[in-house]
Design a protein around this ligand. Structure first.
Ligand code: NAP
Length: 280
């Protein structure tokens, strides 16, 4: 029986997940078709109910439904419950389990691609939206020494820091970067098609030479922040590895098999390069 998986969101036309998940299934010799399940909010209950069918492995969930799916599932535990957001649904014999692999995907990307162990390190997160929440939770779980959060709208940073508890804290003003081991842009600044595609989420003048600069924005692959950091000789990590590792963790939850990460990276990079070429 051909099985199915897919991505639920609105819109999902530009999602890279179908490209790299399909490559992973093909490489692993699995007869699975990964589909785009574009779902306006009123259709979400029926879409999620359809995941209980025996031929469905599960789904990825993206904007704007990561919170909305929670009451439609049978069990949501661990990080997903604490984040209040589900990005992966697994169908086990008609019961639906919700997980959040965004934060763990970020930590896996740090470890595997930047060789950076978050335990004991000081982080500055820019942004306080859904991505920042998942990342901050995973960093606390990985025993980061400090997770400072600055956001354009300070009230949102304050709410997030309060929800997280120590050692997370909200900063009203952008601090000097010298005291941090890692800066993470979790805002949409620098994102193609976003509100400020050419902008920098913060100046880098005060950065120490050991700072790792991470931008979770993955389109374009090299954002203005990553370009500025590289020009200063700082180490950088783009957003694509996080995207791949959250997908790899989802693949492993659906199949019980190790994800072919290299195959997934290659498929996603080729697709991004194709899109960047087509846009020129
Ligand atoms: P979100 O919940 O909508 O949050 C957006 C964040 O960006 C908020 O903190 C917002 O600040 C800030 N922001 C927006 N415009 C800004 C501006 N002009 N100047 C300063 N800050 C601004 O979005 P999200 O889901 O957290 O996603 C954030 C980014 O992460 C997106 O670019 C998304 O593509 C990327 N992302 C990447 C991955 C990955 O796997 N690599 C995964 C998830 C998300 P306010 O609160 O002040 O509005």
């Amino acid at each position: 029986m051909t099985r199915r998986a897919g991505i639920i969101g609105y819109p999902v036309g530009h999602s890279l997940s179908p490209v790299f998940q399909q490559a992973a299934f093909a490489h692993s010799g699995l007869d699975v078709v990964y589909e785009r399940w574009e779902t306006p909010l009123p259709d979400l209950p029926a879409r999620v109910a359809a995941l209980r069918a025996p031929d469905v492995l599960g789904a990825n969930v993206t904007v704007p439904h990561k919170e909305h799916v929670i009451p439609l599932l049978d069990e949501v535990g661990g990080l997903a419950a604490r984040a209040g957001a589900v990005n992966t649904i697994v169908n086990r014999d008609g019961r639906l389990f919700g997980f959040n692999t965004d934060g763990p995907g970020f930590v896996a990307a740090l470890r595997q691609e930047a060789f950076f162990e978050p335990g004991g390190r000081a982080f500055l997160l820019l942004g306080a939206g859904g991505a920042a929440r998942g990342i901050a939770l995973a960093l606390l779980e990985a025993r980061a020494a400090a997770v400072d959060i600055w956001n354009r709208t300070p009230e949102r940073a304050a709410v997030l820091a309060r929800d997280l508890g120590a050692p997370a804290r909200a900063l009203a003003d952008l601090p000097p970067l010298a005291g941090y081991d890692c800066l993470v842009n979790c805002t949409t600044v620098g994102m193609k098609g976003g509100p400020d595609p050419e902008g920098l989420p913060c100046p880098l003048d005060s950065a120490g030479s050991g700072l790792l600069v991470v931008d979770i924005v993955y389109a374009p692959r090299v954002t203005p922040l990553l370009r500025a950091a590289a020009a200063r000789g700082l180490r950088t990590l783009g957003g694509l590895p996080m995207l791949i590792y959250q997908g790899a963790l989802a693949f492993e939850l659906w199949t019980g098999l190790p994800a072919p990460v290299d195959v997934m990276v290659r498929a996603a990079e080729n697709e991004l390069a194709r899109r960047e070429g087509a846009a020129r």
